[in-house]
Design a protein. Structure first.
Length: 341
């Protein structure tokens, strides 16, 4: 998304993951002018991880023609969005109780905000993406896990301690499979990318014949949601069963979301969204019988605008919405002037 950037409203959005750090220069319309990507040092020291982040920030800032007004960072949780402290994310073992926001702010003397990746992506969709015309947005991303965000009037709902919005860990079957979070029957344990692959793998290991195995090179360990999707397109019966079951599970889960929140719109993103996109209409229709709300099927269920850019644009959205709302306790400002003025 090219953009002509002026001196006002330039921010840097940073997406920190277990394997990569991506950073972008973003303007006040949510457009990316420049972005970069590098490998994350997830198993190094805290300083090693921070060095990758600051290197990405500096690479992006060098491309700016004007001042950088803020830095927004999205990272895996658990984290504390009020203090910007990364608590103990499983795929970032380099950081334990690490004050990421204050460390970055100290170097650059601009407001810094930190939030989890799903919250940031949901805010980007609500601010500039598929949900910008709606007041109350429920966003969910299906990939390695299932992350969710509740965005009310362009502000993330964090709850009392900042831990709200973990919709991927709502249980739909208390006797269901054990989730990585420690609970049983979470929707993530049924309908994330790895969960879809596990369900297909289990049936093949039990003797079911399927093109899924052939499309995985004959190696059951290489079965993925992508190969399930490919087999579905080819008309494979097992893949059709797995995908339809996933649609039913998501319909039931989203029915619970409607009964709890009744959002104006529900937006789906993430790597598995391409597999499930053709079924959005079916899921929406199923809401009529999957929730108490008699008008649940009226709620639009649509695809996210931002795909691989969601984290970077989401990080930027954290800064712009903070400015619009006056900042608050979630904005941390450094004390040294080493950045653009």
């Amino acid at each position: 998304m090219p953009s002509s950037l002026g001196r006002d409203g330039l921010v840097i959005g940073v997406d920190v993951g277990g394997t990569k750090v991506a950073a972008a220069l973003v303007d006040s319309s949510g457009a990316i002018a420049f972005h970069t990507r590098s490998a994350m040092v997830a198993h190094g020291s805290p300083e090693d991880g921070l060095a990758v982040v600051t290197s990405a920030i500096e690479a992006v800032s060098a491309q700016a023609r004007g001042a950088i007004r803020g830095i927004g960072i999205c990272a895996p949780g658990p984290l504390d969005p009020a203090t910007g402290v990364i608590l103990n994310p499983p795929n970032l073992p380099c950081w334990r109780n690490f004050p990421l926001a204050s460390q970055v702010a100290r170097r650059y003397n601009v407001p810094v905000r930190v939030d989890n990746d799903a919250n940031a992506a949901g805010l980007a969709e609500a601010t500039w993406g598929a949900g910008q015309q709606y007041n109350n947005v429920f966003y969910f991303t299906i990939g390695t896990g299932i992350g969710t965000a509740i965005v009310l009037r362009k502000q993330i709902f964090h709850g009392r301690t900042g831990a709200a919005g973990e919709g991927g860990h709502l249980s739909i079957d208390y006797k269901g499979p054990l989730c990585a979070c420690g609970k049983r029957g979470c929707i993530e344990a049924f309908a994330s990318g790895p969960a879809i692959a596990r369900r297909a793998r289990a049936q093949i290991e039990a003797g079911c014949k399927s093109a899924v195995l052939e499309m995985s090179g004959g190696n059951v360990e290489l079965i993925s949601s992508r190969t399930v999707g490919q087999a579905y397109v080819a008309g494979d019966l097992l893949a059709i069963e797995i995908v339809q079951e996933t649609v039913d599970l998501l319909s039931f889960w989203l029915g619970n979301i409607v009964d709890l929140l009744e959002p104006d719109v529900m937006i789906m993103g993430g790597g598995v969204s391409s597999l499930l996109a053709p079924f959005l209409g079916e899921i929406q229709n199923k809401l009529a019988t999957c929730c108490v709300n008699s008008r649940g099927a009226e709620i639009p269920l649509i695809l996210a605008r931002y795909r691989e850019d969601a984290g970077m644009v989401g990080g930027a959205a954290l800064c712009f919405t903070a400015a619009d709302s006056g900042g608050g306790s979630q904005t941390i400002i450094g004390s040294s002037a080493q950045f653009l003025d």
